[in-house]
Design a protein. Structure first.
Length: 342
């Protein structure tokens, strides 16, 4: 088993990438303008704005923009409205929901950040301890490759004739494992291998996309070894809080995964497209940085981009030094920046 770890610290956004045996498993994205109170692992003092004993939950103002945090309190005492509590983020915001938090204990004072959550470098060290971290142009390329895989809807693995689809709806994550039987191969063994590899890659892609919730996996065939499939699924998903259901007679395995991070597609696009402009601007800066790192001879690179994009990209690109510039050009479409050599 080989692990590769990359850290891309482009101005405005930091990305961490982890690949195992050539397949990307993790893409962690944090932006400079993220509210620190909503990052996974952050601890804050918050004020209870609404208590819902009927749902065994409360809503807590963390002093961050956006919706209040959701605090499930289970069988514990229902917090009172106006009460101040110290909480820790266990799931970042997604869709139109605020973060989910767990109770640490009582607190005093106004809503405020007490301890920030781990940054990208710290997360990489936790997930791949002791593995050297690559930076520079290799990390930028790895982040682009990871984004492409995370935004895709599956993959094809010719060596095992596996066609894998991984898609998310509002209700669940649907996984379809399909086997393209090849002449001359043992069909039964081929289906088994496709199922085992399909489970492994499905878990990897769901992890890469930062998805959680209910997962339904349609396996190849219906006369399956339920124990072998269950064991393979537990190994593949490797999540202590995962809940596994039985394999049903239709060859469908269900499980539930906890939410942790904001989904990658929402990270890049935002809810209802709210992050498209920022993503385009940071992508332009990342492309400029790649050119600067790869070409030491050219004295200057200029990115001509849409005026709204330029307004965000300009200050970020300035952090790369005097070899880059951003020019607003109304003739350039959003996300279609043209980088020219001076």
């Amino acid at each position: 088993m080989s692990l590769e770890v990359f850290l891309d610290d482009t101005p405005g956004e930091t990305r961490g990438v982890i690949a195992r045996d050539g397949h990307i498993e993790w893409l962690i994205i944090q932006r400079d303008d993220d509210p620190p109170q909503t990052r996974l692992g952050a601890r804050s003092v918050g004020r209870v704005t609404q208590s819902e004993p009927g749902f065994n939950a409360a809503f807590v103002d963390l002093g961050a923009p956006g919706r209040p945090a959701f605090l499930p309190f289970g069988q514990g005492r229902a917090p009172r409205e106006g009460e101040h509590l110290e909480v820790e983020v266990t799931a970042e915001p997604r869709e139109q929901k605020g973060p989910t938090v767990r109770l640490i204990g009582p607190a005093d004072g106004p809503p405020r950040l007490v301890m920030p959550g781990p940054d990208v470098r710290a997360e990489l060290a936790r997930l791949a301890p002791g593995v050297p971290v690559e930076t520079g142009s290799a990390a930028i390329q790895a982040s682009w490759d990871a984004e492409e895989k995370a935004m895709g809807q599956g993959d094809f693995f010719a060596e095992v004739a596996l066609d894998l689809a991984v898609q998310r709806t509002r209700a669940l994550v649907a996984v379809d494992i399909d086997y393209a039987h090849l002449p001359g191969r043992d069909a039964k063994r081929g289906r088994l291998r496709a199922n085992l590899e399909g489970l492994r890659h499905a878990a990897r892609l769901i992890r890469l996309k930062s998805w959680g919730g209910l997962v339904a996996i349609d396996l190849v065939g219906t006369r399956l070894d339920a124990d072998a499939i269950a064991a393979a699924a537990r190994t593949a998903f490797d999540e202590p809080e995962a809940v596994f259901g039985p394999l049903n007679r239709f060859g469908v395995l269900q499980l539930a995964l906890p939410w942790r991070r904001t989904p990658i597609e929402e990270r890049l696009r935002g809810w209802a497209g709210s992050q498209v402009l920022t993503t385009a601007a940071i992508n332009t800066v990342r492309s400029l940085r790649m050119r600067v790192l790869q070409d030491k001879a050219t004295p200057r690179f200029t990115a001509r981009c849409h005026p709204e994009e330029a307004a965000i990209a300009g200050p970020l690109a300035a952090r790369l030094g005097p070899r880059v510039a951003v020019v607003a050009d109304p003739a350039v479409a959003l996300g279609r920046a043209d980088i020219q050599e001076a």
